[in-house]
Every structure is written in structure tokens, then in C-alpha cells.
Design a protein around this ligand. Sequence first.
Ligand SMILES: Cc1cc2nc3c(=O)[nH]c(=O)nc-3n(C[C@H](O)[C@H](O)[C@H](O)COP(=O)(O)OP(=O)(O)OC[C@H]3O[C@@H](n4cnc5c(N)ncnc54)[C@H](O)[C@@H]3O)c2cc1C
Length: 368
Amino acid sequence: MSEAVIIGSGLGGLLSGALLSRAGYHVTVLEKAAQPGGCLQTFVREGLRFDTGFHSVAGLEEGGPLERIFRPLGLMDLPWEQVEEPDEIVLDGVSHRLSDLSYPLGNALRLSSPDGDVTMDEYLHVMEPFKKGAWRLPAGDLIVRCLAAQINGSLRTDCEVTAIEPGRVLCKDGSSYEGTVISDIHPRNTFALFKGHVRPSYLHRLHALENGPGIFTVYCKLRPETLPYKGWSTVYDGNLMLHYGNPDGKGFARSADLLTFSERQVPDRNALADSLIRRVPGLEPAVEQYWTSTPATWERYTGTPGGTAFGIRKKDATCYVPPRTPVPGLYLTGQNCGLHGVLGVSETALVTCREILGESTLNHILER
Ligand SMILES: Cc1cc2nc3c(=O)[nH]c(=O)nc-3n(C[C@H](O)[C@H](O)[C@H](O)COP(=O)(O)OP(=O)(O)OC[C@H]3O[C@@H](n4cnc5c(N)ncnc54)[C@H](O)[C@@H]3O)c2cc1C
């Protein structure tokens, strides 16, 4: 039986693992964190479930780009909630529906990031499919559990990969695994672990690629029956995103997440959190308690360099990192190769597995 070793149990790693399992591979997924899922991890505080790097997805309509990947893997059987309204963009206090804005959004909207302003297209190009609808789950880790159950082999947590050799990976606990290697971690981190010769021009290019900014998040517990639950996301003036969560069954939200791009370290987390909460009309009196995470938190948990939220910055085609590397038997997957987000990472997992399995085997697996 062919062996595959996957470094990282983010969506890219798990999807690749599930696809290779279907093709008859024996798969070992190695995850350094205690919980699998990478950006799809969730946590519970005060009885409320918070997603960290997942709020909604697009492309799940019949025949949509994500539906075509998720259906064969059983992910369409998860309890998806279709959001009734498209996402909302608030500019200078005036509300617009995402579906009313024409693409490209270009200079009409700009996101403020610590690296300077960037167009909304650059970071939210993955939002174009959201005009056809958005879907949410009670928790993003349902995707993780569904995919983990399909691994034909094992998923090891608390198992950090510390070295990669041609056809073999070594872990901190002394264990080692042989097979075709897929790395779901940042390409720069992948090659920092690689013990072997790699064309210097390839490494030089990887190092020249810029990473996008990280995200500061405020996870709010709301007082009971204060704010209505809305399934859609609201973006305020291009640099503050709001998602409600934990609907109480009576139409109210029990939690709200606020996200903004930020520096890796935030000197005064509470001051920033308070200022973000005050920017959303009606939110401040409804917040009972909150917790925060910074890009440094992400760097600690997932190893993403500098806490970048979406990995390598996708300015144009020159930023594309192909899944096939110059090292035979070593492939890349995940948000640094193609587009970020659940849709982008899922599409990239197909590209990675197509490189390994070939077009016809992959198509056969997806048709079954
Ligand atoms: C705050 C935030 C909000 C987001 N919201 C959305 C959203 O609403 N919708 C959407 O579609 N997308 C969203 N995204 C983007 C989406 O979550 C990511 O693009 C996607 O989940 C990335 O998956 P990945 O597999 O590429 O990487 P990751 O999820 O980063 O997985 C990489 C894994 O590798 C592990 N790892 C690292 N180093 C090692 C090592 N040496 N050994 C073993 N394991 C290792 C990490 O612990 C991690 O589990 C959001 C992202 C962030 C940060």
C-alpha cells in the first residue's frame, strides 16, 4: 500500500489526507497542536462555542465550487445553515449589501492593514462567490471531525515535525514516517525543516514572498436577549468585521466576534478591544465579557510566520507557489499555495492530490 505523510492537520492537510485515503493510500497526519484543525479549531468559554478562523463559506450552492468538493467527502451532510441575507458592508455609516457591489471592488473599498492600505479585492477576492450565498455551521470543527474520520491511517496530535528528509519526516518525540510527504504548513517553514539540497533560486523566491497581515479578534459574550442574531457578516469601513454567533433559539445572539487586521503584538489588548466594540452601534452595553487573540497567538498555535492570517500575500500571479516542489516526493498544500479561505484551500487540496494521483484517479474518487 502507498504511504503518505501529511504535516499539519489544517483543512488543507485533512482534505488531502481524506482524498489520498480514498485512493487507497495509508495516511499519517502529524499535528503539533493538541487539537487538530489549524484555523478551523474552536474553543468553549462560559458555555459558548467560538470559532477562531472560520465563520462562513461560499460556493455550497448546487454545483457550486465548494459543493463539488464537499459532497463526495460527505461534508454536505453537516448541519449547514444558509445565511438568509448576503454580507453587509457599512461605509461611513451607510449599509450596502455585498451583492449590490460590482466586482472588482477595486478602489471603492480599502482595508487598512499595518502594511498600509490594500484593496478589498486583495484580501476578500474570495468573497466574490459569497454573492451567491453564504453558509455557516454551529462550529467549524465539525469539518475537522468529518475529515479526520476518513483518514485511512492515523491522525497524531501533539506531534511536531522537526525535520524533513527526502521521503521521510522526523518528529520531536523521536518517531519517523516514510512516504509521499505533503506539507500543509508555510512553505518557508517547510524548507526550514528540510535536510537536503534545494535549488537556491527556489528558496530565494520563497523568502522574497511577502506574508499578509495578522488578525486581532475580540470574542464577546453578550448579555441574554440583547442583540438579534444575524447569520451574515458585517464589514465596517473596510477594517472591522463582525460575526454574531451562538443563536439562542429565540432569535438573539449570545456571542459576537470582532476582527481587524493588526500588528503581531498588540501593546494594549483591552484598549483596542474596547475601541472596536464602541465602533459597532449598540454593541457596548450588550457585552458582558470578552476575550482576545492577537497575531502572536496564531503564531504560537499554528506556527504561521508573524501570525499572518491568510499566509503569503496574493498580490498577483507572481505570488503563486505551486504544490509540486523541486524535491521529488515533497508536495505543498494549504492557504499559502493558492487562495486562502475554506474554498481556496479546498481547491488547492485538489491540485495537490492531482499532482500525486493524476487527473483520472482524482476524478474517479470525486465521482464515487
Ligand atoms: C481570524 C481568521 C478568520 C477566518 N475566517 C474565515 C472564514 O470565515 N471563512 C473562510 O473560508 N476562511 C476563513 N479564514 C481562513 C481559513 O481559516 C484558512 O485559510 C484555512 O483554514 C487555512 O488552512 P490551512 O490548511 O492552509 O492551514 P492551517 O489551518 O494554518 O493548518 C496548518 C496546521 O499545521 C500545523 N503545524 C504547523 N507546524 C507544524 C509542524 N512543524 N508539525 C506538525 N504540525 C504543524 C498547525 O498547528 C496547523 O494545525 C480565516 C482565517 C483567520 C486567521
